[in-house]
Design a protein around this ligand. Structure first.
Ligand code: GTP
Ligand code: MG
Length: 436
């Protein structure tokens, strides 16, 4: 199995709690507040490592957690920041939010990095809550919870040249003949079950000056069959991998009963998957010329391509015939060296979504419990230490300020009723809630 699609769960570290402490000094009876802030939680990032070629690393590991930030302490000591977690992915990894399906980023270039879960902010220590009238606040914020979400990773291999063709056409044999790659080759269809990549050395057919930089990659993908574009065979999943190649080499088994039909099937499938594929430069190779059948079929095949204005070359991946000409044609079609160093058709910019923390909320009655939902209020609830009266009171003032009190009353909340906000459950006590 080739791992080109996975779903993983990422949870960034929670922020550390702020401290509510007071100075203790020999001659000061009651020192001022000196509680430091909590450290921020570790975030989770994905980064492109060109050494990775599949998402195999994520085959068994699906859950990733960032480390929490340290707690703040007295004497204004801040908590330590949590460690960030950096996960490696191969170039060509699309990152989607699982729930919405929205694209979070498209990672193509080496070292390109995307944050997928933001660490929680550290809670503020009580030093931040002094005012002219309130010199000894016992209130400190709890750390903010780290962001968590399921994300989907989808790999679209990035190669300069893609080999496409029916099973058994000789794609893997050609890859092995052109590069140092050693893919499995066998006389039966569907030998190749996952893409193989090779690096082409074209220095002999190029100017000496270009030698260093032009090292294009070739991808050999599993054979396509009729109906591949609508899901038949293995090919469908792999058509995605040829989307980003610069050049396609269409390999036809010249010794086939009907090379012309074989040729047409692949063209149709490419077009059905994405008409843009046929707009790429395509080189057709008529393979197995060492076999008498292929040699006999070549003149008619060549004539048909000539009349369509599509370049075709006769080769034998087995004997090496025609490979020099193929390499020269590839060198001519490949864009210049500078462009080769860039990832082909970089999927574009990384999309960073700024999460909005609006004041909006909703109150639903569920099994007798009033459930309050809203980003801001849930976050506040998570950051409040209800053991500290002062902090609990601050929270209740927020409920009033945001209009949540009013909405609860409108829905007929009774004394003693349970109000749930995120993971917190409160008891509705109107007197206490009102006398502020
Ligand atoms: N005589 C001859 N046989 C070839 C040539 N190229 C490939 N073959 C043979 O054709 C068979 C299929 O070759 P592969 O390279 O595995 O074909 P493929 O296109 O990669 O096939 P899938 O991986 O199944 O899609 C093997 O038995 C090869 O030895 C050639 O130029 N001449
Ligand atoms: Mg193969």
């Amino acid at each position: 199995m080739f791992f080109d699609r996975v779903r993983i769960f990422v949870r960034a570290g929670d922020g550390g709690d702020g401290a509510a402490t007071f100075r203790r000094e020999a001659h000061v009876p009651r020192g001022g507040p000196d509680g430091g802030d909590g450290g921020r939680g570790g975030s989770i990032y994905l980064t492109v490592d060109p050494g990775e070629t599949s998402l195999r690393d994520y085959r068994h590991a699906h859950h990733f957690k960032g480390t929490p930030g340290g707690r703040g302490a007295g004497q204004r000591m801040h908590g330590k920041a949590g460690h960030d977690l950096i996960l490696k992915v191969p170039p060509g990894t699309g990152v989607f939010e699982d729930e919405s399906g929205g694209l979070l980023g498209d990672l193509v270039a080496t070292d390109q990095t995307l944050m997928v879960a933001r660490g929680g902010k550290g809670g503020l220590g009580n030093v931040h809550f002094t005012t002219s009238t309130h010199q000894a606040p016992r209130h400190a914020q709890n750390g903010e919870p780290g962001e968590e979400r399921w994300i989907r990773l989808e790999l679209r291999l990035i190669a300069d040249i893609g080999l496409v063709g029916l099973p058994n056409a000789g794609k893997s044999t050609l890859l092995a003949a052109l590069t140092a790659a050693r893919p499995k080759i066998a006389d039966y269809p569907f030998t190749t079950l996952e893409p193989n990549l090779g690096v082409l050395d074209l220095s002999d057919v190029l100017n000496a000056a270009d030698e260093e930089t032009r090292r294009p990659t070739i991808a050999d993908v599993p054979g396509l069959i009729e109906g591949a574009s609508s899901g038949a065979g293995l090919g469908h999943a792999f058509l995605r991998h040829v989307e980003r190649t610069r050049i396609l080499v269409h390999v036809v088994d010249g010794a086939d009963r009907d090379p012309e039909w074989s040729y047409g099937v692949i063209r149709d499938e490419l077009e059905a998957h994405d008409p843009a594929l046929l707009k790429k430069p395509i080189l057709v190779v008529h393979n197995k010329m060492d076999l008498p059948g292929a040699a006999a079929a070549w003149p008619a095949f060549a004539e048909a391509r000539r009349s369509q204005g599509i370049p075709a070359i006769a080769i034998s991946a087995a004997s090496g015939e025609g490979l020099g000409e193929l390499r020269k044609s590839l060198a001519l079609l490949l864009p210049d060296a500078a462009e080769l160093a860039e990832p082909p058709q970089s999927g574009g910019v990384v999309v960073h979504r700024i999460e909005s923390v609006g004041d909006s909320f909703r109150v639903d009655r569920e099994d007798g419990v009033y459930v309050v939902r809203g980003k801001k209020i849930e976050r506040l609830a998570a950051q409040t230490n209800f053991e500290v009266e002062e902090s609990a009171e601050r929270f209740q003032r927020e409920l009033a300020r945001l209009g949540i009190d009013e909405e609860l009353r409108r829905q007929g909340v009774e004394p003693g009723a349970t109000v749930r906000i995120g993971a917190i459950e409160l008891e509705w006590e109107p007197d206490e809630w009102e006398d502020r």
